[in-house]
Design a protein around this ligand. Structure first.
Ligand code: MG
Ligand code: MG
Length: 265
């Protein structure tokens, strides 16, 4: 890491943003493929292999594999796991929810996005958690416009989550994205209106609400990766890659492949 640049936001040119769009879309298509396979009985390791093979077939590389020594292509976080779950060989069960977070590197730029899937039929309470978390993501994205500040994004997300009685994870945040997976600025899912760095054209960020059904508090498991809720209640996580273009947020990633796959199920 270049320590001189660690507090600097790296704004992207339109050409760089187009490469980032493809990096994000590779992840989007990967998650679309995963959507077809998520069902009771399949294992996270099987999903991981499907994702790795697909990403490599797209002239890209898995973005997480080896990053900070992470051992896999996907982070798969089940039920009370919030993020950073390591794929294992245990079959998924009816009623589980799994956050699948996926990264790619394409022409030197990162894509990074995530979707929480239902495994078979889940309870109405969990369906609501997923719906509200997705709404939080959309509300956060809408605030990512020129003239606003980073705190406006977190404020919108936090308001919506807490209004519904949910906990907003504080220990992990969204982030700038580019030739590194994690660039400045940090993009918290909580905040105050009008606070934080100014949003301007060329900013590229990953917005990723992590919303818990219960307490906002989280703990890390002994595997040194998996983050779980302290109270054991479920958590949801959705993430998109955003670029600010002509003053407005443009979503570089898409859930359309996931939605197409889920409709056919
Ligand atoms: Mg991610
Ligand atoms: Mg991220």
């Amino acid at each position: 890491m270049n320590f001189l640049n660690r507090d600097m936001i790296i704004y992207k040119t339109p050409e760089e943003i187009e490469i980032m769009r493809e990096a994000a879309q590779i992840v989007s298509r990967t998650l679309g493929l995963i959507a077809k396979h998520v069902k009771p009985g399949i294992t996270p390791l099987e999903l991981d292999k499907i994702a790795e093979d697909y990403i490599r077939s797209q002239d890209a590389e898995p973005g997480f594999l080896g990053l900070y020594d992470f051992p896999n292509t996907l982070c798969i976080s089940i039920n009370d796991a919030v993020v950073h779950g390591i794929p294992n060989g245990e079959p998924l069960k009816e009623g589980d929810i799994i956050s699948v977070d996926c990264g790619s590197i394409y022409k030197g730029y990162y894509g990074d996005h995530a979707f929480t899937f239902e495994v078979g039929e889940v309870s109405p309470e969990i369906k609501k958690l997923l719906r509200i978390t997705r709404e939080c993501l959309d509300l956060g994205i809408a605030e990512a416009k020129a003239g606003n500040r980073i705190g406006d994004i977190g404020f919108a997300i936090q308001q919506h989550a807490e209004k519904n009685g949910y906990g907003v994870v504080r220990d992990l945040v969204g982030h700038g994205l580019g030739t590194s997976m994690h660039e400045e600025p940090q993009v918290p899912n909580y905040g105050r209106r009008g606070r934080g760095k100014k949003i301007q054209n060329g900013l590229t960020i990953a917005i990723e609400p992590m919303i818990n059904m219960g307490t906002e508090k989280v703990v890390q498991l002994d595997d040194k990766w998996t983050i779980v809720t302290e109270d054991g209640l479920p958590s949801a996580h959705f993430e998109h890659d955003i670029a600010i273009i002509n003053g407005k947020p443009e979503v570089l990633s898409t859930f359309k492949y996931i939605e197409e796959a889920l409709k056919k199920k």
